[in-house]
Ligand binder design. Structure first.
Ligand SMILES: Cc1ncc(COP(=O)(O)O)c(C=O)c1O
Length: 436
């Protein structure tokens, strides 16, 4: 079976562009199987999943025990409206609260993905203030650069310029502050007026928009202190960094702060099911519960199958010590990247935490001059790496325009890391040579 319509970024919606976006002239690859760190194409080609898909796959592909849990769940229940409890919902709440959140008293709601979790987190923050009588607090401060998802709300608080393009006038205007300088936040709050701001949202480590950018050590503690002083809720977008990716249970632990609200998806379902979640302290949601404000759920929120599978994913992460492994393998990957790219003329920076590592790509390391956007350099690198059997995640926007990320399954070995680094080296050299 060969895909006849495009299966690229826009899936089959843009049917006239029947091509694979990363490899010029190529047809989309038909992926038929996943096993451990590997994806297998119908042609027989094996692809090392160094990007964990879109930084999703954590326990590895093709786990039979997950398939068993999924089959059992579906035999027992299909759709149950989110107003009811189910055994799998209750069990997942317990698993997450007892093992992954800052405190077991935190509250959870499950949604169907990362963008939904950000939208829901914004609604929780907003309604918290309204319930407390602070009706004017209607703005959420985001950061330049950032990516929080593709719904209108998530795009509005984000600043990924390529992904907002053409929608700028549609998106509600939200204030943006620096991704690295906490003092700028103080100034923005002064300009906007603290009484108009409900929340601040940021990724502990910036993923798709900045290729695994880690802010200075004092960034998050200072941001948290400033927000607390102004009664502004801190939303940590842990869609990428949550559930072990940074080598800590949740990403905020690695960055030394505790948010008021966490939005997290991706690794929660390990790539086996579409799921996300919003998690917060009881005192954030209790005021809402005392009003007639509707904290509306999504139809598929906390789908029983997704909850059953996600609970198993989280149990595997714990029982196989995979979070610790993410830390150990993250250090190994980082050392290999530093050794290979520390002096590379087209790599401005090696960055990241745990198993979320990135390379900032530039035309000239010394001057920091970027490649022209028309060169789509990160995409070229990803395309060449893929032709050589490794999937790396092309990323970047704005001042971080070209980057690639490595976010492999936590079960990756040293040999896998060697292979992904060697292929990335070849791909960057080849893509740069093609431009000269
Ligand atoms: C930090 C972050 N937040 C939100 C999202 C949106 O998640 P989803 O694509 O599952 O809606 C993403 C997706 O890449 C992300 O990286």
């Amino acid at each position: 079976m060969t895909p006849t319509r495009t299966w690229g970024y826009a899936y089959s919606l843009l049917m006239d562009t029947s091509r694979f976006p990363l490899i010029p002239g190529a047809q989309p690859m038909l992926i038929t199987k996943g096993d451990g760190v590997w994806l297998e194409a119908a042609s027989g080609q094996r692809i090392l999943d160094a990007g964990g898909g879109a930084i999703v796959t954590n326990i590895g592909h093709g786990r039979p025990e997950i398939a068993e849990v999924a089959a059992k769940a579906l035999k027992q229940l299909d759709y149950v409206v989110p107003l009811f409890a189910t055994e799998s919902r209750v069990a997942l709440v317990d698993e997450v609260s007892d093992n992954w959140l800052p405190d077991p008293s935190w509250r959870c709601v499950f949604v169907s993905g990362g963008s939904e979790s950000i939208d829901a987190a914004i609604r929780v923050a907003q309604l918290h203030h309204v319930a407390c009588g602070r009706h004017e607090r209607h703005k959420v401060i985001g950061r330049d650069v950032s990516y929080h998802g593709a719904t209108i709300g998530a795009l509005a608080v984000g600043s990924h310029d390529r992904r907002r393009k053409g929608l700028e006038l549609t998106l509600p205007a939200m204030p943006k502050t620096s991704h690295h300088d906490p003092e700028q936040l103080e100034k923005i709050i002064e300009i906007e007026g603290a009484h108009t701001i409900s929340a601040f949202v940021g990724e502990p480590v910036i993923g798709a928009a900045a290729g695994a950018y880690v802010p200075p050590d004092d960034y998050w503690p200072t941001v948290s202190e400033i927000c607390a002083r102004h009664d502004i809720l801190v939303i940590a977008d842990e869609v990428m960094t949550g559930f072990g990716r940074l080598g800590t249970k949740m990403g905020h632990e690695a960055l030394d702060f505790t948010p008021d609200i966490i939005a997290a998806g991706k690794g929660l379902g390990g790539g086996y099911v579409p799921i996300g979640g919003v998690y917060t302290r009881a005192d954030v949601v209790e005021p809402i519960g005392n009003t007639d404000l509707a904290l509306m759920f999504y139809t598929f929120a906390g789908h029983d199958l997704c909850c059953a599978v996600s609970r198993k994913v989280l149990q595997i992460l714990r029982e196989e010590n995979l979070v610790e492994r993410a830390e150990i393998m993250g250090t190994f990957l980082r050392d290999r990247l530093d050794a290979e790219f520390g002096e590379h003329p087209n790599v401005e920076e090696v960055r990241g935490r745990g198993l979320l590592q990135g390379l900032g790509l530039v035309a000239d390391r010394d001057s920091g001059a970027p490649f022209p956007r028309s060169a789509a350099f990160a995409d070229q690198v990803a395309g060449i790496a893929l032709e050589n059997g490794v999937w790396v995640y092309p990323s970047g926007s704005g001042s971080f325009d070209d980057a690639v990320m490595f976010g492999p399954p936590f079960v990756a070995t040293e040999d896998h890391v060697d292979q992904m680094v060697n292929v990335a080296r070849h791909a960057i050299d080849a893509a740069a040579a093609a431009l000269t």
